[in-house]
Design a protein around this ligand. Structure first.
Ligand SMILES: Nc1ncnc2c1ncn2[C@@H]1O[C@H](COP(=O)(O)OP(=O)(O)OP(=O)(O)O)[C@@H](O)[C@H]1O
Length: 583
């Protein structure tokens, strides 16, 4: 399985030509390298004749040309193999990023952001290390090994006999240890991903950590993760050390044996000094190359471990549907029939149970209920983030499952409880509403005006080009909400999902947000997860949800008169609001 993943990598565009050219450059350097000892042997055995005939200067010129050729070929080989490795890593990184991004939403419930970014960096870095110089060095070493062995055989087959024992032994050991290293290297990648996850959580929650004086605990969590990673790495390093030690011991034993036998062959007149010198140089070349090849075997095993992980994610993902050529035009009629749902991680807990609701086009529905009642879950199912266990959702009479999700989502917009802003300009953050397109400045400004965001945007020196996020300006809660509303307005959806922020804004900001929301909701089917009395009062109908079921349904005034549950809910929300405004 792993090798087929690697084959897929080698099919990348532009890779084969680079590797083929690199191979030619490499074979050139190897041929010259293998020629040196032979030339040396010839030189040593004929030094007197060479001095007498003046052949020495010809010899020097030939060697100079060869050296220059070798240097050029070596530089070319380095560039081609290194660039091939960089190409692979860049491609795999983008593929992996797309696969992670396109996973179903349930995947993000189970995997931490830190773990995923670590996969993206650490696992692909392993590919880079092995596939660039690692591969080039090993291929070169392998060729030198084979070429050197041929030269050794041509000098003295008898001297080579001893090597026949050492080479298969080291290959068998390499395979046995390599398998163990591969298993451990997968565990190391997991531990490193875990370290990344803990660090990400700690940094992302730095304010909370400081506010609760919990930095020792946060540090302890990181320490535990790194300790585990260290232990796993140490166990792998033990095998690597054994591997390297045994390989070099076997290689140098072979060299010693060669010297001993070679000496006795010279004394019997069966070998010249020049031949023994070149034999020793070839043997040393073969020994060090074999060591490099065996070292690469363990790296290769580590790479296979990383590719297994990467491709298991890539193969598991599917590219989400694209918006159709003929746009879907929804009226915004929603029917929810006998909907039951439990999250994959908690199959026993029904987040929604036999839920029924009909929403007319343009109607504004406020979903209210205690925390954990299932309000956000309903929004998640409407957006097609999860599949219901049973029941169905009909949009304009058509089951959601029968529609192209990208088309459906193109008719929807969501304003989140805590609006997310991306690193980029304010313009980019509003224009995010239009996938693939780049709305004009006038369109973005019009949306921002309606969302009461235009004025505060112009107060920044760079206006719409002001950068937000980590390295840009920080916006207040109310400003973020107005940017999110402008984004939704630009999308011009038929169905609007509004997850109202629970945190209170100050009076002026609240009025600006409410005013913007009213414009956004006008003539659209709106489902509000409402927390504030002022928002609930704007709804055509109020749906009271409790423990995943629809408890009551009616206008705000009706429910206020008739439902004690609703009255209690309002009272709770009112007192919470008082508390948050006073605090
Ligand atoms: N991703 C998830 N995985 C597993 N269970 C979840 C997940 N999200 C929510 N739940 C569970 O589903 C149930 C309904 O949660 P939901 O978020 O829909 O409630 P809510 O009414 O929106 O609450 P709140 O007003 O506090 O946001 C709860 O029991 C909650 O613990």
């Amino acid at each position: 399985m792993s090798n087929s993943h690697l084959k897929r990598l080698f099919l990348l565009k532009g890779l084969a030509s680079r590797l083929a050219l690199g191979l030619v450059a490499m074979l050139t350097t190897i041929a010259i390298q293998l020629y040196y000892p032979k030339a040396l042997s010839h030189f040593i055995d004929n030094i007197d004749a060479a001095m007498a005939s003046g052949w020495l200067s010809d010899y020097a010129v030939v060697m100079l040309v060869l050296l220059t050729l070798q240097a050029g070929a070596a530089a070319l080989r380095y560039y081609l193999f290194e660039s091939a490795g960089l190409l692979v890593v860049a491609k795999v990184r983008t593929l992996l990023h797309q696969s992670l991004l396109c996973q179903p939403i349930a995947f993000f419930d189970q995997h931490n952001v830190g773990e995923m970014t670590n996969r993206l960096n650490a696992d692909t870095e392993v590919l880079h290390d092995t596939l660039t110089m690692g591969l080039a060095i090993s291929l070169r070493s392998l060729c030198i090994c084979i070429g050197g062995l041929i030269m050794l055989l041509s000098i003295s087959p008898m001297l080579c006999l001893g090597l026949l024992f050492f080479i298969p032994t080291s290959m068998f050991l390499g395979r046995w240890l390599g398998q163990r290293i591969r298993l451990r290297s997968q565990a190391i990648q997991d531990c490193q991903a875990d370290c990344g996850r803990v660090a990400h959580e700690n940094f992302a929650n730095a304010r909370l950590v400081h506010a609760f004086n919990q930095w020792p605990l946060a540090q302890q969590h990181y320490q535990q993760a790194t300790d585990k990673a260290l232990q796993t790495s140490l166990s792998c390093t033990g095998f690597l050390a054994m591997f390297n030690g045994l390989a070099s011991f076997l290689m140098f034993m072979a060299l010693l044996f060669t010297l001993w036998l070679g000496g006795s062959l010279i004394s019997q007149g069966m070998l010249t000094v020049g031949e023994l010198t070149s034999f020793v140089i070839y043997a040393a070349m073969v020994a060090s190359s074999a060591e490099a090849v065996s070292g690469f075997w363990s790296d290769w095993m580590r790479t296979l471990g990383a590719t297994d992980r990467i491709f298991s994610i890539i193969d598991d993902s599917s590219v989400p549907a694209k918006v159709s050529q003929t746009p879907l035009c929804l009226q915004g009629h929603i029917v929810i029939e006998h909907l039951s749902f439990s999250y994959p991680q908690r199959p026993q807990n029904l987040a929604l149970s036999n839920f029924n609701l009909t929403i007319q086009p343009g109607e504004k529905i406020a979903l209210v209920g205690p925390s954990g009642a299932g309000k956000s879950t309903l929004a998640n199912l409407l957006l097609g983030f999860y599949q219901p266990n049973s029941g169905r959702i009909l949009l304009d009479g058509q089951p959601l499952t029968a529609l192209n999700l990208a088309d459906v989502r193109s008719q929807m917009a969501i304003v989140e409880q805590e609006p997310s802003l991306f690193w980029g300009s304010l313009y980019d953050n509003i224009a995010f509403a239009v996938p693939g397109g780049r709305p004009s400045q006038a369109e973005v400004e019009a949306a921002a005006r309606q969302a009461n965001a235009h004025d505060f945007i112009l107060n920044f020196p760079d206006g719409y080009h002001t950068m937000v996020g980590d390295r840009g300006v920080q916006l207040s809660g109310g400003q973020k909400q107005r940017i999110a509303i402008a984004r939704a307005l630009l999308r011009n959806p038929r169905i609007l999902i509004l997850d109202e922020a629970t945190s209170a804004l100050d009076g002026e900001s609240e009025n600006l947000v409410q005013d913007a929301l009213e414009r956004l909701m006008a003539e659209r089917t709106t489902i509000m997860i409402a927390h504030r009395f002022s928002t609930i009062a704007k709804a055509d109908k109020v749906v009271v949800v409790d423990q995943g079921t629809l408890l009551e349904f009616g206008s705000h005034q009706e429910l206020r008169r008739t439902s004690s549950f609703y009255q209690r809910l309002l009272q709770n929300q009112h007192s919470e609001r008082q508390v948050s405004l006073c605090s």
